[in-house]
Design a protein around this ligand. Structure first.
Ligand code: FAD
Ligand code: SF4
Length: 483
């Protein structure tokens, strides 16, 4: 990277506009659909930057000698390297720089929590200014490449004939498959669902991440020779032993954390109380928002979503789009402690979502048909910070409120699905059912590597991708060592 920074064109750019001028312009605003329009459809809310906006924003970056933004990126993207290419209008090269370290830049540009990662570390913030809009620029470059029809298909080393099985087609599995294909391996991705993409497809709604973005990336992998077998639940449809008998030499497990958690409170089994996973998967992948489909979801009018993370925001905004009059977040801490991205909270508020913070459900009440009709909420206050560093919610004695609801979506977190780990004899797992791995992402079974949410519990797309890449390196070293 240092070399690139010393390239004459970069030097020239730095001379053309002084650092003080670069830091004194205001940050670009993302173009967005108007809230009253967007709540009636599933169109993507963020519309991206124009080329002119992107270049102007790229000029804000001072091309730091020691770019602190890169330290904040879990996969160490050469951030000034891609931004400076945008500044000179070399958008395809910018996309190329991104792809050196990120398998899915169009996805990360949309869903990464930049405000706590790269942008939080941008020098502008240290100077009391707004960070360079790194995420918006990442999205711009990746979208430009896709829309130009000149999508770069990475070069692959000559085929080495070694078969590797990737279990799970989420960001961890896809990025591992990409790097292994580049190294010449014969890679097959086994996916339990009928579509590839993991949470990017079944969890995150169209209005935040259109499916076509993920499909295009998967297509690149296909062009590189990666095979996909869908509707295949590894551990049930096939086992690792079966696959070894078919010649697979090594495996990457990226089966995610798709097992919903519930609160186990009275009435939680009533009809129309469901997990966010079920709700979002049915709407996003099974056409359940279409009343004419075989299995439509219930279209709640008073919908409460329990939780304060991205999953809760995606669910509450989906319920709004499906016609809810009251679509509410019920969260036991205050807004400050909410794990959801700031942008999601902002968008939700603009769309008329109600925030019942410092409230915790303690019981659901139903009618004679077994459908939920009300929920009892315990009001909370904030106490001392807990082990997560956030102030813990403390009950206010006797402060209980009852509200009407006809649908409740529980989004309080997820656990790893035990099907894959329990089907591999001797595999070491933690008490949270996550797979134990070493620094190379290798598990206690030498031919099994793992990464993403199955190792971390619920984490982020970029961390899952980083794990997938690291595991690909580990697998390559392991295979070469064996040979
Ligand atoms: P997953 O994406 O879960 O993929 C695992 C895949 O494995 C799935 O396709 C699953 O069907 C498949 N699988 C499971 N078991 C088997 C089996 N036995 N055989 C074959 N296949 C199997 N992170 C962010 O960074 N930003 C966000 O804005 C964000 N929003 C989110 C919104 C929602 C609704 C959710 C649920 C999560 C969100 N996250 C977000 C978290 C992020 O999506 C995950 O951390 C990430 O997807 C984990 O990637 P993964 O590849 O490990 O697992
Ligand atoms: Fe550019 Fe900010 Fe990174 Fe410096 S820290 S290189 S200004 S994005």
């Amino acid at each position: 990277m240092a070399e690139d920074r010393n390239a004459p064109w970069r030097d020239e750019l730095r001379k053309n506009i002084k650092a003080k001028d670069r830091t004194s312009t205001a940050r670009v605003h993302m173009n967005e659909l108007a809230p009253d329009y967007r709540i009636k459809n599933k169109e993507e809310v963020n519309q991206g930057l124009t080329a002119e906006q992107a270049i102007k924003e790229a000029q804000r970056c001072i091309d730091c000698a020691n770019p602190s933004c890169v330290e904040g990126c879990p996969v160490s993207i050469d951030i000034p390297g891609f931004i400076k290419n945008i500044e000179i209008g070399n958008f395809l090269e910018a996309a190329k720089v991104l792809k050196k370290t990120s398998a899915l830049p169009a996805v990360c540009g949309r869903v990464c929590p930049q405000e706590i990662q790269c942008e939080a570390k941008c020098i502008h913030v240290k100077m009391g200014k707004e960070a360079v809009a790194i995420g918006h620029l990442e999205r711009f470059a990746a979208d430009y490449e896709r829309e130009s029809g000149k999508m770069d298909v990475p070069e692959c080393a000559p085929a080495n004939g070694t078969k590797i099985g990737v279990i799970g087609g989420g960001p961890a599995g896809l990025s591992c498959a990409l790097d292994l294909a580049k190294l010449g391996y014969d890679v097959t991705v086994f996916e339990a669902l009928h579509e590839v993409g993991g949470v990017l497809k079944y969890g995150i709604p169209e209005f935040r991440l259109p499916n076509v973005i993920v499909d295009v990336e998967v297509e690149v992998l296909r062009k590189m020779g990666v095979k996909f077998i869908t509707d295949c639940l590894v551990g049930k449809t096939v086992t690792l032993e079966d696959l070894q008998a078919e010649g697979f030499k090594c495996f990457f497990v990226g089966s995610g954390a798709g097992l919903p958690r519930f609160m186990n409170i009275d009435g939680e089994n009533l009809i129309n109380i469901l997990s966010s996973n079920e709700y979002l998967t049915r709407v996003n992948l099974m056409d359940a928002a279409n009343p004419e489909s075989d299995t439509p979801v219930f279209f709640g009018k008073n919908v409460a979503i329990i939780g304060g993370g991205n999953t809760a925001m995606d669910s509450v905004r989906t319920a709004k789009r499906l016609g809810a009059k009251r679509s509410m977040i019920v969260y036991r801490r205050s807004e400050e402690e909410m794990p959801a991205r700031i942008e999601e909270v902002k968008h939700a508020k603009e769309e008329g979502i109600e925030f019942m913070t410092l409230h915790n459900p303690i019981e659901y009440l139903g009618n004679e048909k077994g459908r939920v009709t009300q929920m009892r909420l315990q009001k909370m206050t904030l106490g001392e910070p807990d082990e997560s560093g956030r102030r813990s919610p403390v009950e206010i004695p006797g402060a209980i409120e009852t509200i009407d609801v006809d649908m409740v979506i529980v989004a309080i977190g997820v656990s790893p699905n035990p099907i894959v780990p329990s089907s591999i004899p001797g595999l070491e797992i933690t008490k949270w059912q996550t797979i134990v791995v070493n620094d190379e992402m290798q598990s206690s079974i030498p031919v099994v590597f793992a990464g993403g949410d199955i190792v971390r519990g619920g984490a982020t797309v970029i961390l899952a991708m980083g794990d997938g890449r690291k595991a690909a390196e580990g697998i390559d070293a392991f295979i070469k060592n064996q040979k």
